[in-house]
Design a protein around this ligand. Structure first.
Ligand SMILES: *Cc1c(COP(=O)(O)O)cnc(C)c1O
Length: 391
């Protein structure tokens, strides 16, 4: 926290869609001396985490954990499976899909980036059409951002899987779940995803700094033939070391303490309960937005994310001014509009460690900020949400 001359009483309200609020139990778990990462205590901890984390991905495939931002695991998914010049299919659902596409292009992959309006998800019909037309199987992978954090759009991963299956096309299927994993349902195994990308600082309630790849047997086969350069993110050395619970380099030991605790908490609450809680808070948020008379960026109700809602401000108003009013007056951070939607939307993160009153606080801050900003809106969004939550 930077020092300022004026103390702001009360807790800062962190309502951005990641990093999310870190529970006290997780913070306390980190406040523990670092340990020998080549010794038996670390081995125990690490084996334990590598086993438990599979429950979160709903998979028996190995999950590797990198000490890196989520972007590292996005890069790893490409570098470990593909070959220079490979054609891949991606969808412009927003900023994070665009980032993944740019990483792929830096790796000299030939990306068919289906343009989008940042208001809709990956279209399974287009997947089916493109794969059906690709008689020579030039498309090597289909990549989808499950929860597009910049726009609040949930792509229908299961439907995309069905579309791929309907064509019998052998393309790999890779999914970025950085902001959906641990917030709403995701099934690495059942949906036959080959590489799932994850990150620690969103639904997993841990500090930023760990990223994940869940790796299917088919992805491992692709790894053996892949000629893209990789070193730090090489799966081979990681999986080899992981067999004993170890790492090819110093793992982020204290972040592993945090992750271990956070995964325990998710499992204690029960994943299905965690998902229900997120759905309820997403519904309450959407009810508030509707009562305010504002528009949700995600066009199709079925594609509205259960972990983050991006809300449009009317033409002629600036969402960042609203965010500033709320930050200055109510000590709350909301997500900014990224890239193409800069100034046009603000984002409420409702993922991770939150309850009804946390959300009520967030929505109250938004409603007070709206009033001060001069943005035309209808009062009563908070009351509508409270009504829903107290039913
Ligand atoms: C947050 C996020 C990222 C980027 O993660 P970093 O840890 O900032 O690298 C990528 N994809 C999605 C969907 C995200 O939500």
């Amino acid at each position: 926290m930077t020092k300022s001359n004026t103390y702001k009483a009360g807790r800062h309200f962190l309502s951005v869609p990641g990093p999310t609020n870190i529970p006290d139990r997780v913070l306390q778990a980190m406040a523990f001396p670092a340990m020998d990462h080549r010794g038996p205590d670390f081995q125990n901890l690490s084996n334990n985490i590598l086993k438990k984390i599979k429950l979160i991905f709903k998979s028996e495939d190995p999950v590797v954990i990198f000490p890196s931002a989520g972007t590292g695991a996005m890069e790893a998914s490409l570098a470990n499976t593909l070959n220079e010049g490979d054609k891949i299919l991606m969808f412009e659902t927003g900023h994070f899909a665009t980032e993944w596409c740019q990483a792929a292009r830096r790796y000299k992959l030939n990306v068919d980036f289906v343009p989008g309006d940042w208001r809709t998800g990956a279209d399974p019909k287009i997947v089916e059409k493109k794969l059906r037309e690709d008689k020579n199987h030039e498309i090597k992978a289909v990549l989808v951002t499950h929860n597009e954090t910049s726009t609040g759009i949930k792509s229908q991963v299961e439907e995309v899987r069905k579309a791929i299956d309907s064509t019998n096309h052998p393309a790999l299927f890779m999914v970025d779940t950085i902001s959906s994993l641990g917030s709403y349902n995701y099934e690495h195994q059942k949906w036959k995803v080959d590489v799932t990308v994850g990150g620690s600082q969103k639904g997993l309630m841990s500090p930023p700094g760990l990223s994940f790849n869940a790796i299917s047997p088919k992805a491992l086969e692709a790894y053996k033939k892949s000629n893209l350069t990789k070193s730090y993110f090489d799966w081979g050395q990681m999986l080899e070391n992981n067999k004993g619970g170890f790492y090819p380099y110093t793992p982020a030991v204290n972040l592993m303490y945090a992750l271990n605790e956070a995964v325990d908490m998710l499992l204690e609450e029960g994943l299905e309960n965690v998902f229900k809680r997120h759905k309820r808070h997403a519904d309450a948020t959407r009810i508030a937005v509707e009562a305010w008379g504002l528009e949700i960026l995600a066009k199709n109700p079925i594609e509205r994310s259960d972990s983050i809602t991006a809300i449009m401000v009317p033409d002629g108003y600036d969402s960042d001014s609203l965010r500033k009013i709320i930050y200055d007056n109510y000590n709350m951070s909301l997500g900014t509009g990224l890239n193409k939607v800069k100034g046009k939307v603000f984002r409420i993160g409702h993922m991770g460690d939150l309850n009804d009153l946390t959300l009520a606080g967030t929505l109250s801050g938004v409603e007070m900020g709206l009033k001060q900003s001069g943005i035309p809106f209808k009062k009563g969004g908070v009351m509508a949400a409270l009504d829903f939550l107290s039913k």
